[in-house]
Design a protein around this ligand. Structure first.
Ligand code: T4K
Length: 416
């Protein structure tokens, strides 16, 4: 912390020795520094400029906390197939998230495929082109046809105003994404689904812990799918889950993720192996002890970015205000024509400095070869998604990101 304070107090100089104007977010970053000091309760070292700064860095609990659970696994030799840690994590996540039922998976992609199978879908599914490719890949794996619909310019989520025009007699469901953890217009989408008798599966890979109008955003739609991948807010190394409303559906999902077994000798469906191992589940239990601290630290980084980047011409931070309780999973900025250099030039400039933002989500899913030929994949019909894909840059955000590094990133963006 002492080093960090010194770094912030130093006048900011470019390599040629000319001082830059006072950094506008200095006060915000001091506050962030104080918050970090309180939350960590231990000294912080100065941000190291020789280490690459990636878009994310997985949160890891103290190893000592994980060791006793590992010892238990070694004693019991229960490694997978719905063991005690698996059952306990399901129960704890159910309570923590405030959802009726949750089924753990080995990753969100498998969970998406099982979710689509559990609802018995066939035909066309309306979805967003502005997401990670797993969203649409799950449809193709399930023999379903993606129908891409443009996104809303404010939220970058599927635009309900455009959904009805894409509904055909073959449409069976809507697969929206709570992109970056920002809730979709769940009321608007729900109303359309009800009117047309469609199922709704939310790809909630980014939405762990997000709340909307006083309840978990995962309580909307027929099913919601979470990712617990290393890069996510809550990680179990690899992992995922399906949230559902009733016990019968949970039992069906549990069967489908276990090859379709009804009992020891009968198999009634073509299930797959989607089970989470005891190792991942045990790790999740330890992670869950720290989730509130991890989210608070992400929130502090988010606040510092917003203050530091405010007023820079041509830059827009995605607005989460009024969207409920955020989880600060990503920090997307949109680089517009008024910014001095292009999005890609900024991306390259930051990379040269050892800062590695990501262009999530560019290209659009609909630009990839296996989707390009679909009638709904024409870029001209997806202008908002296309513009976002060309402008977006997700800045590094993770619990361990320190104030001095946030300051450094903001300075580089303010003075490209
Ligand atoms: N739906 C949506 C909307 C999704 O975003 C995703 C996944 C899914 C579904 C499918 O979920 P899973 O089946 O994965 O559970 C990453 C993740 O692999 C992927 O899970 C995630 N979305 C996507 C948005 O990002 P990459 O290829 O960009 O990740 P990668 O390996 O380049 O990692 C990014 C940075 O994170 C690295 O530069 C360094 C850091 N990192 C990464 C890993 C894996 C670490 O520090 N440690 C690590 O272990 O896809």
């Amino acid at each position: 912390m002492v080093h960090m304070r010194r770094a912030l107090a130093r006048p900011i100089r470019e390599a040629d020795g000319h001082p830059l104007p006072e950094f506008p977010a200095q006060a915000a970053l001091r506050r962030l520094e104080q918050e970090f000091a309180q939350m960590l309760g231990r000294p912080e070292t100065e941000a190291r400029t020789d280490e690459p700064i990636f878009v994310t860095r997985p949160f890891l609990p103290p190893l000592e906390e994980f060791e006793p659970l590992l010892r238990q696994i070694w004693q019991t030799r229960i490694l997978t197939n719905g063991g005690p840690f698996h059952r306990e994590l399901e129960e704890r996540l159910r309570a923590h998230l405030g959802v009726p039922h949750i089924a753990l998976f080995n990753n969100a992609t498998t969970a998406l495929i099982v979710a689509l199978q559990a609802l018995g879908l066939s035909g066309e599914v309306i979805t967003t082109p502005y997401s990670f490719v797993a969203t649409s890949h799950a449809l193709l794996w399930s023999g379903l046809t993606p129908v891409f619909v443009d996104i809303d310019p404010t939220t970058l989520n599927l635009d309900p105003a455009r959904i009805e025009a894409a509904i055909t007699p073959r449409t069976c469901a809507i697969l929206p994404v709570h992109c970056y953890g920002r809730p979709c217009d769940v009321e608007g989408i729900g109303a359309i689904a009800d009117r047309h008798g469609l199922k709704v599966i939310y790809d909630a890979a980014h939405a762990f812990g997000v709340r909307h109008r006083g309840t978990s955003v995962l309580n909307h739609g027929d099913l919601s799918v979470l990712s617990f991948h290393a890069t996510k807010v809550f990680n179990t190394f690899e992992g995922g889950a399906i949230v559902c409303a009733d016990r019968a559906m949970k039992e069906r999902i549990d069967k489908l993720k276990n090859f379709g077994f009804d009992d020891e000798t009968s198999v009634s469906e073509i299930g797959l192996n989607g089970k989470m191992s005891e190792l991942n589940a045990a790790f999740g239990l330890v992670q869950l002890r720290h989730i509130d601290t991890a989210l608070a630290r992400r929130g502090a980084v988010d606040a510092a970015y917003r203050e530091g980047l405010r007023g820079i011409p041509g830059l827009r931070c995605l607005d989460f205000s009024g969207a409920g309780e955020a989880n600060y999973a990503y920090f997307p900025i949109l680089v517009g024509p008024d910014y001095p250099i292009s999005r890609d030039a900024l991306y390259d400039a930051l990379k040269r400095e050892g800062i590695h933002p990501r262009r999530y989500f560019s290209p659009l899913i609909s630009d990839f070869p296996m989707y390009r030929g679909l009638a709904s994949a024409r870029r001209a019909d997806l202008p908002v998604a296309a513009a976002a894909a060309d402008a977006v840059l997700c800045l590094p955000i993770y619990p361990d990101l320190d104030a001095a590094t946030v300051a450094r990133i903001v300075r580089r963006i303010a003075h490209p």
